[in-house]
Every structure is written in C-alpha cells, then in structure tokens.
Design a protein. Structure first.
Length: 95
C-alpha cells in the first residue's frame, strides 16, 4: 500500500467517483475544448491497468472515462475488458 492509499484508509475516506482522461487525442476541433489532440505522453495499457487496480483497491464507487476521444486508443477494447473482468464500475463517454 502506498502513502496515498494509506492516507485514504487511515482517514476512512471514501472516493465516490473518478474522472479519467484516458487520451487527449480527438478527431474533432471544437473551439471551446482545451484538450490537446496530439499528446504523445499517454499512459501505456499496463500503466492504465495498474491505475485501475489502485482505483479498485480504494473502492472508488464509479469511474467516468473521457478524452479526447477514448475510442481512438488502439487498446480501448482491452482496457474496457479489463475493467469488466475486475468488476470495476465505469461509464465511457464518446463523441
């Protein structure tokens, strides 16, 4: 358990939900949007799975997956399958 997890557990904090910006890539060019569409510093599939495991361990109630456009990730089916396998509650928002 890392320090952040310990703080949450010691203080009996319940994280109700999380908002996950899984990619900054997007096929749209909305004027009001501040998401950079060509960000090359995205987390890998493995890193996202590790992050999802932490959310599961912290008993986060619900996770909203946003972007950019999440469906532009080549591994999105793999990631969503992982969430389902681990029974991690989520919603995926797509353009």
């Amino acid at each position: 358990m890392d320090e952040n997890e310990k703080i949450c557990r010691d203080r009996k904090m319940n994280i109700v939900n999380s908002t996950i910006l899984i990619t900054r890539r997007c096929q749209l060019n909305c004027k009001q949007c501040n998401v950079k569409r060509n960000d090359i510093n995205e987390l890998s599939t493995k890193q996202w799975k590790e992050a999802f495991d932490i959310l599961k361990d912290l008993d986060v109630g619900f996770n909203v997956i946003l972007g950019g456009e999440p469906l532009l990730r080549n591994d999105i089916v793999n990631l969503v399958s992982y969430l389902n396998q681990k029974e991690i509650p989520y919603a995926l928002s797509s353009n």
